[in-house]
Design a protein around this ligand. Sequence first.
Ligand code: GP9
Ligand code: MN
Length: 420
Amino acid sequence: DGDDITEVENYTKANFGQRNQELFGQAKGMNVVYLELESFQTFLLDYKLHGEEVTPFLNSLTRDKNTFYFPNFFHQTAQGKTSDSEFILDNSLYGLPQGAVFMTKAQNTYQAFPAILKGNGYETASFHGNYRTFWNRENMYKAFGYVHFFDAEFYELTEDNTINYGLNDKPFFEQSMPLLKSMEEPFFAKFITLTNHHPFILKDEDVTLAPGDFGSKTVNHYFQTARYMDEAIQQFFGYLKESGLYENTMVVLYGDHYGISENHNKAMAKVLGKEITPFESAQLQRVPLFIHIPGVEGKQMDTYGGQIDVRPTILHLLGIETTDYIEFGSDLFSEDHKQIVPFRNGDFVSKDHTFVKGVCYDNTTGQEIKKENCQSSNDYVKTTLALSDKLVYGDLLRFYHPTGFTPVDRASLDYTKRNT
Ligand code: GP9
Ligand code: MN
């Protein structure tokens, strides 16, 4: 009820909300493109297979002058996989410990990123080469206020250009361009890639890298589909330039969740040249985050953070105040950003420590240390997850009315056709 939302509000306002004054508004009025990189883990970056870079384009982006690259960024998803990552990014709330929040809590009230941007004059859309019912996206996107959902129905799918869950990334981006160009600027456009998805298969003609030889078919082929995605993204950047949108568009790229599970630890030990201990397993939950803003000087940001922190970070870059919203993450550029990254199961990685299955590790040595070292961070993680869950389970945002926010009118949204 009202008391519960006040408890959550007091907590998030006391803990988060800080900003970096210099970067606030640096991307004001720009288009925003999100590129969700399916199953992409950070270890792929700058990895060499058979002496070759696996992802040359993304590698170059880590050193690009207009890009902030975060090597210590982690996914925080659980059973909801891709949908969890979408939930966390669009709301700065955690997914649920069991099941997928997209499936079970789509009737809740949210004050999500697309709805906030709409209120700031943006046209909003999600683009994806699978059908709108998958992960219950159709219903959850209405709750988030996406005006358009360009799902598989809006693309030409053939036997030849689909694998696995849907349209391959290259034709996906190619066919997305007319839709993107038809949008009113400024726009927010989220593209969810697909090809780099388990079991990581490609048509022969799309293979440009020999498979790995690590004793796991999954791991061996992962490098090939990651290469394909890298090429697709490079092409997309080319399309943005050709269309004239590039200079006025901030592009945010992030990994949704791991691609290689712990079942492949033996192969991963060969890939990385070290044993995959529980400590290393936690480190492997790194996924990349890139924020590319033409005209703004970027750099490598060693800050520890997670998907929960993306929304406040991006809103601040756009010059949009977040103090009226309930958010469980904080601006990655703020001095006060807590460098503690909760995982959904209560484990965490912080700047100094890693806490897995009740054991505290020192990040620099990877050695077990006294549990007390992890105590204060552990308390924080427990509280923050519990309060986020309280909000989601209780549908508490229905009692919360941010100043200047226009609630979403779901009934006006129909993704079977193009909304106007
Ligand atoms: C399906 C795609 C993959 O549309 O987003 O979902 P995942 O299996 O990664 O959760
Ligand atoms: Mn996924």
